[in-house]
Design a protein around this ligand. Structure first.
Ligand code: NAD
Ligand code: UDP
Length: 336
C-alpha cells in the first residue's frame, strides 16, 4: 500500500517508516519538522535501502494536505504528527488543541473527500487516566491531567464519530504505553530538544555525563519499590505494531493497546540499564512529579488476539539500543 505518514520524521514515525518499507509498503512523509530533522528521512532511506517521498508540510494546512491527496494515490494514513510535551501543553493549551485537533480534522476531511478509507491514529495510554491497572481497551476513559491528554481523547472521539457516520471508514486507535529505545543500527532514536522530560532519554544523558544525576520522582508510591511503574515498549516493536494494525484494518473503529503488558519501576529500569550497558547511573529521590500516576501498564492481549502482534524485545534490548544511539550522537558531536 501507498501510506501517507504524518510526523514521519519524528521518533516513532521514523521507526515506523522503516518497518513499513520492510513490510513492502511505499511511504510518503508529511512533517513540518517542528520537532525533528530532515536528516531522519535520509536515515530511513539508508536503513531500509529504499526511496521515500518527503514533504515539509504542516498537517493543519488543509490546502497543502489536499494537494498531496490529489497528486498521489494514497491507500492509507498513519497520523503521528502532533505536539507531545505534557508540561508544555499546560503552558500553551491553545497550541496543543489547535495543532493536535485541527491536524486530525484536516486529515479526516481529506480522507473523506478523496475516498481514502484507512486511518491509523497515535493515541496514548494517558487517555485511561488513573484507572486500575492493567488498562484494558473496554475501560471507560477518565479525564487526563493536561491538555495534551485531552487532545488524544478528543481525537479518538472525533475519529470514532466519523467512522460511525461513514460505514466505509476503517480506523485504528493505537494507545501507546512508554516507547523507548532506538533502531538497532543506532542511526534513528529519540533525541529530545533541551533537558529530557522522559525517563529513558534522561537516563542515557546521565550515563553520558551530560546530566549529573537522575532525579527519581517519588519513592512512596504503592508499587514494588515505591517508584513509578510503567510499561516500556521498544520503539521497533511499536513500529511493527503499526504495520500489523494497518495490514489487519477492517471497517469500523478498532482500539488497541500497544504495550508489553509488563510493568517496570523506575529503579528496575535504572538497574537494567546499568547491567545491560555496564555503566553507572547516579540518582537521587525527590518529590513526586505533579500529574504522575503510580502504575500504568497494558493488558496487551487484544492486539495479540486480533492483530497477531506482540512485543518481542525485552528491557535489556531497550536499554542497550537506547544507549547505542546516545553514544553515536556523542560521537557525531565530537567529530563535528
Ligand atoms: P515526535 O515529536 O518525535 O514526532 C512528531 C512529529 O510530528 C515530529 O517530527 C514533528 O515535527 C511533527 N509535527 C508535529 N506537528 C506537526 C504538524 N502540525 N504538521 C506536520 N508535522 C508535525 O514525537 P513521537 O514521540 O514520535 O510521537 C508521535 C506521536 O505519538 C505523537 O502524536 C505523540 O503524541 C504520540 N505518542 C507519543 C508517545 C511517546 O512517549 N513518545 C506516547 C504516546 C503517544
Ligand atoms: N521519571 C523520573 N525522573 C525523570 C523522568 C521520569 O523519576 O526524570 C519517572 C516518572 O515519574 C514515571 C516514569 O519515570 O514514573 C516514566 O516517566 P516518563 O515521563 O518517561 O513517562 P510518563 O510519565 O509519560 O509515563
Amino acid at each position: 500500500m501507498n501510506i501517507l505518514v504524518t510526523g514521519g520524521a519524528g521518533y516513532i514515525g521514523s521507526h515506523t517508516c522503516v518497518a513499513l518499507l520492510e513490510a513492502g509498503h511505499s511511504v510518503i512523509i508529511a512533517d513540518n519538522l517542528c520537532n525533528s530533522k530532515a536528516e531522519n528521512v535520509k536515515k530511513i532511506i539508508k536503513i531500509a535501502g529504499q526511496e521515500i517521498t518527503f514533504y515539509e508540510i504542516d498537517v493543519t494546512d488543509s490546502q497543502a494536505i489536499e494537494a498531496l491527496f490529489k497528486n498521489y494515490k494514497i491507500d492509507g494514513v498513519i497520523h503521528f504528527a502532533g505536539l507531545k510535551a505534557v508540561g508544555e501543553s499546560v503552558e500553551k493549551p491553545l497550541s496543543y488543541y489547535y495543532n493536535n485537533i485541527v491536524s486530525t480534522m484536516v486529515l479526516a476531511k481529506a480522507c473523506e473527500k478523496y475516498n481514502v478509507n484507512k486511518l491509523v491514529f497515535s493515541s496514548s495510554a494517558t487517555v485511561y487516566g488513573d484507572n486500575t491497572v492493567p488498562f484494558v481497551e473496554t475501560m471507560n476513559l477518565l479525564p487526563t491531567t493536561n491538555p495534551y491528554g485531552e487532545t488524544k481523547a478528543m481525537s479518538e472521539r472525533i475519529l470514532t464519530d466519523i467512522a460511525k457516520a461513514n460505514p466505509a471508514f476503517s480506523v485504528s486507535l493505537l494507545r501507546y504505553f512508554n516507547p523507548v529505545g532506538a533502531h538497532e543500527s543506532g542511526l534513528l532514536g529519540e533525541a529530545p530538544n533541551g533537558v529530557p522530560n522522559n525517563l529513558m532519554p534522561f537516563v542515557t544523558q546521565v550515563a553520558k555525563g551530560k546530566l549529573d544525576k537522575l532525579r527519581v520522582f517519588g519513592n512512596d508510591y504503592p508499587t514494588v519499590d515505591g517508584t513509578g511503574v510503567r510499561d516500556y515498549i521498544h520503539v521497533m516493536d511499536l513500529a511493527e505494531g503499526h504495520v500489523a494494525a494497518l495490514n489487519n484494518l477492517t471497517k469500523g473503529v478498532h482500539i488497541y493497546n500497544l504495550g508489553t503488558g509488563q510493568g517496570t519501576s523506575v529503579l528496575e529500569l535504572v538497574h537494567a540499564f546499568e547491567e545491560a550497558n555496564d555503566i553507572e547511573v547516579p540518582y537521587e529521590f525527590i518529590e513526586r512529579r505533579p500529574g504522575d500516576i503510580a502504575s500504568c501498564y497494558a493488558d496487551a492481549s487484544k492486539a495479540e488476539r486480533e492483530l497477531g502482534w506482540t512485543a518481542k524485545r525485552d528491557i535489556v534490548a531497550m536499554c542497550r539500543d537506547a544507549w547505542r544511539f546516545e553514544k553515536k550522537l556523542k560521537d557525531l558531536v565530537e567529530t563535528d
